[in-house]
Ligand binder design. Structure first.
Ligand SMILES: NC(=O)c1ccc[n+]([C@@H]2O[C@H](COP(=O)([O-])OP(=O)(O)OC[C@H]3O[C@@H](n4cnc5c(N)ncnc54)[C@H](O)[C@@H]3O)[C@@H](O)[C@H]2O)c1
Length: 434
């Protein structure tokens, strides 16, 4: 199949590279010409484990190429995937669909022959209808079908997730379009490993939001439970294990922490609330989740201040980990941002490190000293704070940490250290929910 992937970010680039690895001919498009120039020069603009090799081998095999010329990629394609960003619209929290609709208009002008236009971006219910309307209005002669195919990959494990998904969701009513989608995904569901689920286009659009809202709820549930554990003298890790082994609940997304962040959960939960309000079907549980999570991130800043003795004015705080999770360079809505701002508002100076996220972090954080390694950040700090559980921070020499800190305080917002080991090293340990 000939595939055009519009948008070469975290989702478009991974999806395009994986489709080409299955043997499809893929052209990845982006309007950001520097991104395309980098890709054509063999550089990968994002950090995603394994992506460099996957891209290089498929470029070499001439199944994968990159261009800023959308029309040339769309002409002759069997399927055109829209994988552009759908960030929160400034001011009101609705999904900003201007990139998706802009792409639809450009696609319409270039369509030639029957083409399946696939919404892979996360878009509110009804966006497929609007994409269809835009294409028909822009090019009344176009022969096309609009299909929804939400993406469930996780940054940091994106290639494995794309190649071995729990399920593939396809939504649409046009049989010709659905047949093209089955053909594209055939290498995945053959053998029955990854079921391909077909449903209405609106059902597929909502499935993506429902999935993210549910996962955000699970995280927020255990985070609130962690607060209760701290008050009653229980360990949230025991409680999470105790409930997670129940198959009806499942053990994933039950790690208490500083609150969810990232490029999806924050914006998608809010966009779902907006859709729900418009359709007069309020989602009260998700409303509570959004509000609890919002307050939690800044509360983590207060937790650090309390752990450091109540006053951080003029003192240095070491932040280990900036990205919203390990194995990505993505800083979008990372809890580290709210935590650092809360500490800065209280007068602290911040020294921070992250194995991959510093370049992105520089764009969203001011007045932070970025260090190359954790030891430089920790030197002379009044507290060391683990914000992201990168492997590189999981086995730090705690005695060395004690020696370097001005005050022996370790705040472990990811529960990656044992209290007893930290205390044996002379540190005062503060975890989450324990
Ligand atoms: N990042 C994730 O983990 C993830 C997972 C599942 C779903 N999603 C969804 O996938 C979509 C894309 O997310 P992302 O993280 O890849 O975004 P991103 O910001 O990394 O990439 C989007 C790319 O689209 C490009 N673009 C915008 N308009 C364009 C146009 N008209 N023509 C060509 N290129 C255009 C931008 O330049 C950018 O490079 C979003 O809807 C997101 O919610 C993301």
């Amino acid at each position: 199949m000939r595939i055009a992937m519009i948008g070469s970010g975290y989702v478009g680039l991974v999806s395009g590279a994986c489709f080409s690895d299955f043997g499809h001919d893929v052209v990845c498009v982006d309007k950001d010409e520097t991104k395309i120039a980098a890709l054509n020069a063999g550089e990968i603009p994002i950090f995603e484990p394994g992506l460099d090799h996957l891209v290089a081998s498929n470029v070499k095999a001439k199944r994968l190429s990159f261009t800023a010329d959308l029309a040339s990629a769309v002409r002759g394609a069997d399927a055109v995937f829209i994988a552009v960003g759908t960030p929160s619209r400034r001011g009101d929290g609705y999904a900003d669909l201007s990139y998706a609709y802009g792409a639809a208009q450009e696609i319409a002008q270039a369509i030639d022959g029957f083409t399946v236009v696939v919404n892979k971006s996360t878009v509110p219910v009804g966006t497929g209808d609007e994409v269809e309307r835009i294409i028909r209005e822009t090019n009344p002669q176009a022969e096309f079908a609009v299909i929804s195919n939400p993406e469930f990959l996780r940054e940091g494990a994106a290639i494995a997730d794309f190649k071995h998904p729990d399920r593939i969701v396809i939504g649409g009513e046009d049989e010709r379009g659905l047949e093209v989608m089955r053909e594209i995904y055939r290498p995945l569901f053959l053998g029955g490993k990854s079921p391909l689920i077909e449903m209405s286009r609106r059902g597929a659009e909502l499935t993506k939001y429902a999935g993210n809202a549910f996962l955000a709820t699970k995280i927020t549930f255990i985070n609130e439970m962690a607060d209760l554990c701290e008050k009653v003298g229980a360990d949230v890790r025991d409680v999470a294990r105790g409930i997670g082994l129940d198959n009806r609940i499942g053990s994933k997304f039950l790690n208490a922490g500083p609150g969810y962040g990232g490029s999806c959960f924050p914006k998608d939960t809010i966009a779902l609330l907006k859709t729900a309000q418009d359709f007069e079907a309020p989602q009260r549980i998700v409303e509570a989740v959004v509000s609890v999570n919002d307050q939690r991130k800044r509360a983590m800043g207060r937790k650090v201040i309390a752990a450091a003795g109540g006053d951080v004015r003029g003192k240095r705080v070491a932040i280990l980990g900036l990205t919203f999770k390990p194995n990505t360079d993505d800083m979008r809505d990372s809890p580290s941002i709210a935590i650092i701002r809360a500490l800065q508002d209280a007068g602290a100076t911040i020294a921070a490190c992250d194995p991959e996220g510093v370049d992105q972090a520089r764009k969203v954080l001011d007045d932070v000293v970025f260090t190359d390694d954790p030891w430089e950040a920790i030197e002379g700090a009044t507290a060391a704070v683990i914000v992201t559980e990168w492997d590189a921070y999981r086995a730090l020499d705690l005695r060395r940490m004690r020696e370097k800190l001005a005050q022996p305080v370790l705040v472990d917002l990811r529960n990656i250290y044992d209290r007893s080991a930290a205390e044996a090293a002379g540190l005062v340990y503060h975890g989450i929910g324990r």
